[in-house]
Design a protein around this ligand. Structure first.
Ligand code: CP
Ligand code: NVA
Length: 303
């Protein structure tokens, strides 16, 4: 039997996604309910790129589930150098109940998930950031109540965060509008797959049009990890898509969301990031609650 995997949000059914969010909320409200789902077991957390939120939230999630997190930098392991990605996954799976990894190339995660004897979780790849999207949904539920028919506008790069948000929206009934500069739109395959899941995902070039009536405005950096060589052209292209006070005012009362880290003064101005409509620290805190529920479900139930 293939172990469960969470490489993108749509690896969960809508029902299982709702269950993960319900557990995350329940255990956040009453930590005494958190089960010892990983008692006596380990979790391997492998990082090819820097991280603050993902690493610490996942380590704390494993710890509070009774398990032991083993965090490794990729250079210690040597994926496809010292040994193949598949053999890394087989090895880590000898000692741990779950493997979670942040990688440059999503295909490496696919190969690890195909070989691992335990569930594999995506802690960010070039294509997806599904653990972030879980925390985003949890935050939106806390702010807005039911997600069905609520409107989120993502302004910026059609990147990993945008893709996972599209799948999260599709599975939860959120309506998503994505506004990107020409050439940086959401990937056509992602768009088709999210719509195929029943999602309402629209692309609108003009950010002012896109945010009108939104319940939440979301942005991410213009230069993601791995895109540094393109920093100059990206900064020029994205200058029309900065989230500032004017754009937030045009939404008519949206909350502001960002996965963080933020590049203050680029994709978002300080007054928005630090302003009263910002929920970015609630999103950050929810990373732990969301990934804890996910891990508990993956190691105890069929996904
Ligand atoms: N949002 C997020 O994934 O943050 P880190 O890169 O710090 O883990
Ligand atoms: N899109 C960003 C997200 C960081 C959490 C990146 O991939 O660097």
């Amino acid at each position: 039997m293939t172990p469960a995997r969470f490489l993108e949000v749509d690896d969960l059914s809508p029902g299982l996604l709702a269950r993960v969010l319900d557990l995350a909320s329940a255990w956040k409200a009453d930590p005494a309910l958190v089960p010892a789902a990983l008692e006596g077991r380990g979790a391997a957390l492998l990082f090819e790129k820097p991280s603050a939120r993902t690493r610490v939230s996942t380590e704390m999630a494993v710890h509070t589930l009774g398990g032991h997190p083993v965090t490794l930098r990729a250079e210690e392991v040597g994926i496809d150098g010292r040994e193949s990605a598949e053999d890394v996954a087989r090895t880590l799976g000898c000692f741990t109940a779950v493997i979670a990894a942040r990688v440059f190339d999503h295909a490496v995660l696919e190969r690890m998930a195909g070989a691992a004897p335990v569930p594999v979780v995506n802690l960010l790849s070039d294509r997806a950031h599904p653990c972030q999207a879980l925390a985003d949904l949890l935050t939106l539920r806390e702010r807005l109540g039911s997600l069905e028919g609520r409107r989120v506008t993502y302004v910026g790069d059609g990147n990993n965060v945008a893709a996972s948000l599209a799948f999260a929206a599709a599975l939860s009934g959120l309506e998503l509008t994505v506004s990107s500069p020409t050439g940086y739109e959401l990937d056509a395959e992602v768009l088709a797959r999210a719509r195929n899941l029943g999602g309402s995902v629209e692309l609108t070039g003009d950010p002012y049009e896109a945010v009108k009536g939104a319940d939440a405005v979301y942005t991410d950096v213009w230069v993601s990890m791995g895109d540094e060589d393109e920093a100059g052209p990206r900064r020029r292209a994205f200058a029309t898509h900065r989230v500032d006070r004017d754009l937030m005012d045009a939404s008519g009362g949206a909350v502001f969301m960002h996965c963080l880290p933020a590049h203050r003064g680029e994709e978002v101005t300080d007054d928005v990031l630090d302003g009263p409509s910002s929920v970015v620290w609630q999103q950050a805190a929810n990373r732990m609650h969301a990934v804890r529920a996910l891990l508990a479900v993956l190691v105890t139930e069929e996904a």
